[in-house]
Ligand binder design. Structure first.
Ligand SMILES: CC(C)(COP(=O)(O)OP(=O)(O)OC[C@H]1O[C@@H](n2cnc3c(N)ncnc32)[C@H](O)[C@@H]1OP(=O)(O)O)[C@@H](O)C(=O)NCCC(=O)NCCS
Length: 202
């Protein structure tokens, strides 16, 4: 992104970042990545941010900024790691062994275990006040740059079938529906029952 006529300076950085000084602010935006489900996994929004802050691997993040302030974030997932990889230690510190056990079990209901030859999106969100300004598109473009750099075939993600806004966004950017699946019993914890997989081929 570049400097606009209004003087607003927007930029997109990453992947390959080190932890930003304003990590909690970035994660406050990131938690919008799961707008519908996941309500039972964390007791409070502060809990969710604390857990994410403890485990976030910033080398797998793309961050959008507006005049230096975070306005969007995209996490990446691949065979060797992900933005929210190794969430268990963060959960354990917050919820103990048993509290972590059932949360991990529920989350595993979403795992697709499909990596190469595509890069996976491990969450994408834009600050609600800044949507429809091209920031989401810029984040996807940066991720596609990483797809090309790694010599992969495309970018893939899972989305809750009820998330109509996000689905319109993915379709507008050229993603195609490549899979549909029902979530097993963990749907009762996750609050998500049908997941659509979209892929943007290079
Ligand atoms: C999905 C999301 C990341 C899109 O970010 P954004 O910065 O608003 O997207 P852009 O401005 O780059 O949109 C690009 C195009 O996608 C389409 N689009 C984006 N959001 C849309 C919506 N809610 N409804 C319909 N079309 C939409 C439009 O065609 C848009 O172009 P236009 O504004 O010129 O018409 C953002 O809405 C968001 O953070 N949503 C909540 C989190 C979420 O659901 N994440 C996905 C979980 S899988």
């Amino acid at each position: 992104m570049s400097v606009s006529e209004t003087g607003t300076k927007q930029s997109v950085e990453g992947p390959g970042l080190s932890a930003p000084h304003d990590a909690a602010d970035v994660l406050r935006i990131f938690q919008h990545s799961f707008p519908i489900g996941f309500h039972r996994l964390f007791n409070t929004s502060d809990d969710r941010i604390a857990v994410l802050e403890a485990v976030a691997d910033w080398s797998n993040a793309v961050i959008a900024r507006d005049n230096g302030l975070p306005c969007g974030i995209l996490g990446l997932r691949h065979a060797k790691g992900s933005f929210t990889n190794g969430i268990s230690p963060g959960l354990r510190a917050r919820y103990g062994q048993v509290g972590t056990g059932w949360r991990r079990l529920a989350m595993s209901g979403l795992d697709s275990h499909e990596y190469d030859p595509v890069l996976l999106i491990d969450g994408i969100a834009v600050d609600p006040a800044m949507r429809r300004g091209g920031i989401g598109r810029a984040l996807i473009n940066a991720a596609m740059g990483e797809v090309a750099r790694r010599g992969l075939n495309g970018l893939r993600l899972d989305v809750d079938a009820r998330n109509e806004g996000a689905i319109r966004f993915y379709r507008a950017l050229g993603f195609t529906l490549t899979r549909e699946r029902e979530i097993g019993p963990s749907r009762y914890v996750l609050g998500v029952s049908r997941v659509l997989t979209f892929t943007l081929w290079r």
